[in-house]
Design a protein around this ligand. Structure first.
Ligand code: HEC
Length: 297
C-alpha cells in the first residue's frame, strides 16, 4: 500500500517536472500576420499595391496627385525626393554638416577605409555595399552602425540615430545618388538577415498588437494620424531623411517612431533586430535609385 502510494507520488512529481521543463523550454506565444509573397526587388510592388507605375519615374509624377488626398499615397512620397523637388530643406544643411565632420574624421584616410571605401572613393557605398556582414562587428550592419564603429576607433562618439551620425550618412549616401540599390539577399548572412527581418515585419507586438505589416500591407492606402500608409517598396533608397517636423532621421529612428506610434517598445537604433528589418526593406528597394538629401512629412 505504502509502496503503491510512493510510486504514484513519484509518477505525479515526474509528470509535474516534465510539464515544468516543457514550460521553461517553450517559446513565448507570438502571432504573425500572414506573409505576402515579397520579392527582393522594387518591382515586387506591382503585385503588392500596384502603385510602382506611378512613382517609378519621379520626373513624370502626376502633379495633380501631389495635392490630392485620395491619390497622394500612390506616389509613395517620391514627390519629396530630390529629382522631383530639390528645394532647400534641413537635409541639405545636414549634408553640409556631414561633409565637414567627415573631412575631419578622414584626415588620415582611415575613416573611409574603415567604411569600406576603396582609395577613399565613397561612390556606391550606400547603393551596393550596405547593409553587409561586418567581420569587425561580427554581424550584419547598416552604414550608420559602421559610421558609429569607425568613429569609435578614433575615440569619437557618433551614435546611430544622433544628428551627426545621420548627417555623415547623408553625405556618404549622396555619392550613390542615381545608382540603383543592389544588395544580394540570396545567400549567406544577408539572406539570414533578410529572413529574420521579414519575420519581424510580420510579428504582432505592443499594446495595439500590430505588426509592421498590419500598417504597411493590410492598411496601405488608409489614413492614420493624418498620413496615408504607403508601400514599403522603394523606401530605403532615400534614407536618412529630413522630416519636416524638424528632425533628421536615420531609418532605425523611423522604425523606433513607428514602434512607439503602434504602442510597442521601441528598440535602440543599431539593435540587431532593426538591422535585420533594414536588410529586408533595403532588398525591397533593389533596382530603385538612391536619392538624398530627401524630405518627408
Ligand atoms: C500603426 C501603424 C504603423 C505601424 C505598426 C508601423 N508603421 Fe511605419 N509608418 C506608419 C505611418 C503612418 C507612416 C507614414 C506614412 C508612410 O510613409 O507610409 C510610416 C512610415 C514608415 C516608413 C517611412 C517610409 C518613407 O519612406 O517615408 C518606414 C521605413 C516604416 N514606416 C517602417 C516601419 C516598420 C519597419 C515597422 C515595424 C517595426 C512599422 N513601420 C510599423 C505607420 C506604421
Amino acid at each position: 500500500m505504502r509502496l503503491a502510494l510512493l510510486i504514484s507520488l513519484a509518477a505525479v512529481t515526474a509528470g509535474a517536472g516534465t510539464a515544468l521543463a516543457q514550460q521553461r523550454n517553450a517559446q513565448p506565444y507570438r502571432e504573425h500576420v500572414p506573409y505576402i509573397d515579397w520579392k527582393p526587388d522594387v518591382t515586387g510592388d506591382i503585385q503588392h499595391t500596384g502603385t510602382y507605375q506611378y512613382w517609378k519615374d519621379r520626373k513624370a509624377l502626376n502633379p495633380d496627385w501631389v495635392a490630392s488626398k485620395e491619390h497622394q499615397w500612390q506616389l509613395n512620397w517620391k514627390f519629396m525626393d530630390p529629382s522631383y523637388d530639390d528645394t532647400l530643406h534641413g537635409g541639405h544643411i545636414a549634408r553640409d554638416r556631414g561633409a565637414a565632420l567627415y573631412k575631419k574624421l578622414d584626415a588620415g584616410g582611415a575613416f573611409a577605409a574603415c567604411l569600406g571605401a576603396r582609395n577613399g572613393d565613397l561612390k556606391g557605398l550606400r547603393a551596393n555595399h550596405y547593409p553587409q556582414y561586418s567581420t569587425a562587428l561580427g554581424r550584419v550592419v547598416g552604414l550608420e552602425e559602421m559610421i558609429e564603429h569607425c568613429a569609435a576607433r578614433q575615440n569619437v562618439t557618433l551614435e546611430n540615430g544622433s544628428y551627426d551620425n545621420s548627417a555623415i550618412s547623408v553625405y556618404v549616401t549622396e555619392f550613390s545618388n542615381g545608382m540603383p540599390i543592389n544588395i544580394d539577399v540570396s545567400k549567406g548572412p544577408l539572406k539570414d538577415a533578410f529572413e529574420r527581418g521579414r519575420e519581424r515585419f510580420h510579428l504582432r507586438n505592443g499594446a495595439t498588437h500590430f505588426a509592421c505589416a498590419t500598417c504597411h500591407v493590410t492598411l496601405v492606402g488608409r489614413s492614420l494620424r493624418g498620413q496615408v500608409l504607403t508601400t514599403p517598396y522603394g523606401d530605403a533608397a532615400h534614407w536618412p531623411t529630413y522630416r519636416t517636423k524638424d528632425e533628421l532621421q536615420s531609418l532605425h529612428v523611423r522604425f523606433a517612431e513607428c514602434n512607439r506610434n503602434a504602442g510597442a517598445q521601441p528598440l535602440r537604433p543599431g539593435s540587431p533586430v532593426y538591422s535585420d528589418i533594414e536588410v529586408f526593406l533595403t532588398a525591397l528597394s533593389n533596382g530603385y535609385p538612391v536619392d538624398v538629401p530627401s524630405a518627408r512629412d
